[in-house]
Every structure is written in C-alpha cells, then in structure tokens.
Design a protein around this ligand. Structure first.
Ligand code: GDG
Length: 464
C-alpha cells in the first residue's frame, strides 16, 4: 500500500474542535483513517524566512510544517491567494487585486514548500495537494526531479475562461496544473470550465476525461466532496449536542428558528440573506415574533479589508432589522461572530427548522450536508440551498434558490416554514441517501484510486 502525503496551506488541528473551514474539516476526516504525512504551513508568521521543518506525530499521522516569513505571508497568503485567486475563482472580478510582487511571493512559497517536502518523499508515496494556494506545487516538485504521482483537488469553483484570462499569469498557472497527474474538481461544471479554457485559450485537446496541452496530459474529473454523515448524525445525540439542542429548544419555547452557519466571507451571500429575512418578515406578519434567524459567522481572513467591511455591514444590517422588528421578548436575528464545537453545532442544526445555505458562489458547501445529516428523521427541518453552491448539483431535493433574488429567497423561507411533515420527510430521505452514499470516505477512496492508478498506467507527469 502506498503512503499518503497530503499538502495543504494549513495543517490540523486534528481533534474534533477543528477550525471553522471546510478544507480542514474534510482533510481531518479523510486522513484519520489512513495515516501518512500532512504537510503545510504551521500557521505562524516569523520575521525572517526559515524553511526548517517541524515534525510532530499525531497517532497514525505525521504533521510536517514550516513557518512563513512576514513578507511571504503578505504576498502569498493575504496577497495572491486571498486577494487575487479567491475572488476571481468565485467570479468576483470586481474584488480582484493583482500585484506582480504578490505573484512572485506565491511562486516563491510554492517553490520553497516543494523543496522542503522533497526529502520526506519516499519510493511508494502518493502526493495529494489541496486547493488554490498550491497551484504551482507539482511543477516545482517536478523541477526537483520528483516522479511520484501527484494529484490536486480544488475545493473552490473553477472560473469561466473569460474571467480567468483577466489574471495576467493565467497561462502560467494553467500550464503548471499540467504537471499534476490528476486534477479533481467539486463538480463537472468546474471541470468543464477548465476544459473550455484548455481548448479555447491554449489550443489543447480533450479526450474523455483527459486534457492534452503543453506536451503533457492530465486527467481531470469531478470528485464531489462529502461529510462523515454517520458521525454527524450521531453528534446531535452526544452530550454536547443534546445539551445544545435542549437549551435551544427551551429558549425557543415553541417558536421556530432558521439557521445559517458560514465563515464570515463575501462569497457566502450574508447581506442578501439578511435582506431576504427582512423581506420575509415584511411579507408575513404571522412569522413576526414567531420565527428568528440564528446566524453563526466566525470571522475569517481578518487582515483583508473586504472582510472587515463585510463585518461592519452585517453588524449594521442586524442592528437595523432588530431595531425595526424586535419585541421585548423576541429578537429577529441573533448574529454570533464566534465558532462552536462541532457537537454543539450539530445540536444547533437539529434544533433549527430551516437551514439557510445561500452562497453567491461556493465550491461545494459542507454546511448544507451537515444540516441535513443532523436532522431528526421523524421531524426533519428543511434545507434552503443556493443554486450556486456545488452541493446543489447533488442535493436537488432541497428548496433551491437564487441568492441574488431577495423576493425569491423570502418566498422560499416561507415555503420551508410551512412545508407539511410528509414532504419534509420525503425530501430528507432523498437528501440523506445522497449524503450518506457520497460521503467523505467515498470522496477520499475514489480520488486515491484515481491517483494510484496513474502509476499503474506507467506514466506520471514527472516522466513527460
Ligand atoms: C471550502 C470551500 C467546500 C463553520 N462554523 C463553525 C464550523 N464551521 C465548519 C462547518 C463546515 C466548515 O466549517 C465550512 O465548510 P464549507 O464547505 O461550508 O465552506 P468553506 O469554509 O468555504 O470551505 C467549500 C469546502 O472547502 C470543502 O471542500 O465545500 O465550497 O469554500 O464543516 O461546519 N465548525 C466549528 N465551529 C463553527 O462555528 N467547529
């Protein structure tokens, strides 16, 4: 059996108190069962560049991490990754800031990390690189002579060609993707946008799931990420989950609750959601004093100004809506800028009658799946889901909305709140089937099967 090396920007924590953030959550679940090496950034920023590895063993896993210098952190992480790639890949060209020095920092960090990893790579290893932080990683490892199979999985959407080409270095980035053996996307739409770029922009050819260009071939497929559905369903009945459930239902005293759980990020459509909730209260007097919105939004990327602006905007909106509709014994929006333990989160999901997941654009969105998994099968809540989340391609039995349509979202909330029990159960059963079949284990196994079969075919990106 091959050993697995996972590469991602942040490494750990590996306990259940995982940070808010889909990638960390998914990788912890995927690595728990297999062991291997998890390699990336320590999360610490130091004054001077120092690429010495820190090794720590955690059960079957070895965590291998390096620090980032303050300059690299600004250019690679805050700069190119979060100010250029993140908005662009979420179709928000208006928010993209491009700076040559940031791209240089991004390339420098990809090269330095590849160099630091190389001595750990052994004969049988499979290397699985994650997300938009490390698009150049395989190219750098190949330059150093690594011929092991290297795969990439993109957790966020892949942008349309017309948007990607606004980035001055688009071709360099896409060319570097061809140094991987397997490219994994969340949905076929994302994969097809990559193919479209290859065909139309750089004159490559596509055959089945293979793209050929720059004298190299790469296999590109959709591997929709999942959750550990069973564990999540059980979380809701752990001590913590039950406690959270009971105290929430106690507090609600027969009233109902809509829940949103999102990193505080402009891709998640939070202002639009608050607007829609306000519209729903305007339209439906019967829900006033009776239905509240609990929005959990742990702060994220607090060094980036768009995130600071969003936080202020949401505070203003929540204050405005509460000022307008609150009564002495009822608050319409409870808005919490903090995170909860995962068990507690499951209890909150279960206590909520509607799950509102309305990103403007999202690779997959794990919250949508977690909300459903935590429901009581005998009295399940209703998932309202944006058509622009990757999850909407699988979860077609949710109430699907367009997050740009405030009235449509307000109407959908009312549909969810008034849905008869039979229909709720029917939708829940169909959703749970998909969520349990295409769970995190399925994602991991199907990706790693594809990656290990590269070797059996006898050709890796390194040998071309
Ligand atoms: C990226 C992509 C893709 C949230 N609040 C708390 C908390 N969370 C957890 C959720 C969920 C995770 O964070 C968020 O995952 P999402 O998938 O919803 O979103 P991103 O963070 O943007 O993730 C996304 C994902 O990667 C995986 O590929 O689906 O499209 O953008 O698991 O539960 N966890 C805890 N406390 C909180 O308060 N413990």
């Amino acid at each position: 059996m091959s050993r697995l090396i996972v590469v991602s920007n942040r490494v750990g924590p590996i306990g259940d108190a995982a940070r808010a953030g889909g990638l960390a959550v998914a990788l912890v679940e995927a690595l728990k069962s297999s062991g291997g090496i998890w390699f990336g950034w320590t999360g610490d920023v130091i004054e001077e560049a120092d690429t010495r590895l820190k090794l720590e063993s955690a059960g079957p896993l070895t965590l291998a991490t390096i620090d980032l210098s303050a300059d690299d952190f600004d250019a690679y992480y805050n700069g190119f990754a979060n100010r250029s790639l993140w908005p662009l890949f979420h179709f928000r060209t208006g928010l993209v800031q491009y700076d040559r020095d940031n791209f240089a920092g991004y390339s420098r960090v990809n090269a330095a990390f590849a160099k630091a990893l190389l001595p750990l790579v052994q004969q049988d290893d499979l290397i699985w690189v994650h997300d938009y932080h490390f698009l150049l990683f395989a190219e750098e490892l190949r330059k150093l002579g690594c011929t092991r199979p290297i795969g990439h999985f993109l957790h966020i959407p892949f942008p349309p060609r017309e948007l990607l080409t606004t980035l001055p270095n688009h071709e360099e980035l896409v060319k570097a993707l061809f140094a991987f053996d397997i490219l994994g996307f969340q949905t076929e739409h994302d994969r097809d946008r990559f193919f479209d770029y290859v065909r139309m922009e750089v004159g490559g050819s596509i055959l089945g799931d293979k793209a050929r260009c720059f004298n190299r071939t790469v296999t590109a497929r959709a591997f929709p990420i999942g959750i550990d559905a069973g564990t999540f369903a059980n979380f809701a009945s752990t001590d913590d989950g039950q406690k959270q459930f009971a105290s929430m239902r106690d507090m609600l005293r027969g009233r109902r609750q809509i829940i949103g759980v999102d990193r505080l990020d402009y891709t998640k459509g939070l202002p639009e959601r608050f607007n829609a909730f306000e519209r729903m209260l305007e339209d439906h007097e019967e829900h006033r004093g009776e239905v509240s919105l609990l929005q959990v939004a742990p702060p994220s990327r607090t060094d980036v100004s768009e995130y600071q602006d969003l936080r202020l905007e949401l505070e203003g909106m929540a204050g405005h809506i509460n000022g307008r509709f609150a009564e002495f014994n009822w608050t319409p929006i409870r808005y919490l800028n903090r995170s909860f333990a995962r068990q507690a989160l499951a209890g909150l999901y279960r206590a909520s009658h509607v799950g509102l997941v309305t990103p403007l654009r999202d690779g997959m969105n794990l919250v949508a799946k977690e909300y459903v998994a935590a429901q009581d099968p005998e009295d399940p809540g209703v998932l309202v889901l944006s058509r622009f989340a990757g999850a909407a391609k699988q979860l077609t039995d949710a109430v699907i909305v367009n997050p740009y349509d405030v009235q449509g979202m307000a109407d959908a909330m009312n549909v969810a709140l008034t849905m008869p029990l039979d229909e709720r159960k029917d939708r829940y059963t169909k959703l749970m089937k998909v969520i349990s079949e295409e769970d995190i284990g399925h994602w991991r196994t199907s990706y790693l099967e594809a990656l290990s079969s590269v070797e059996h075919a006898g050709v890796t990106g390194g040998s071309l």
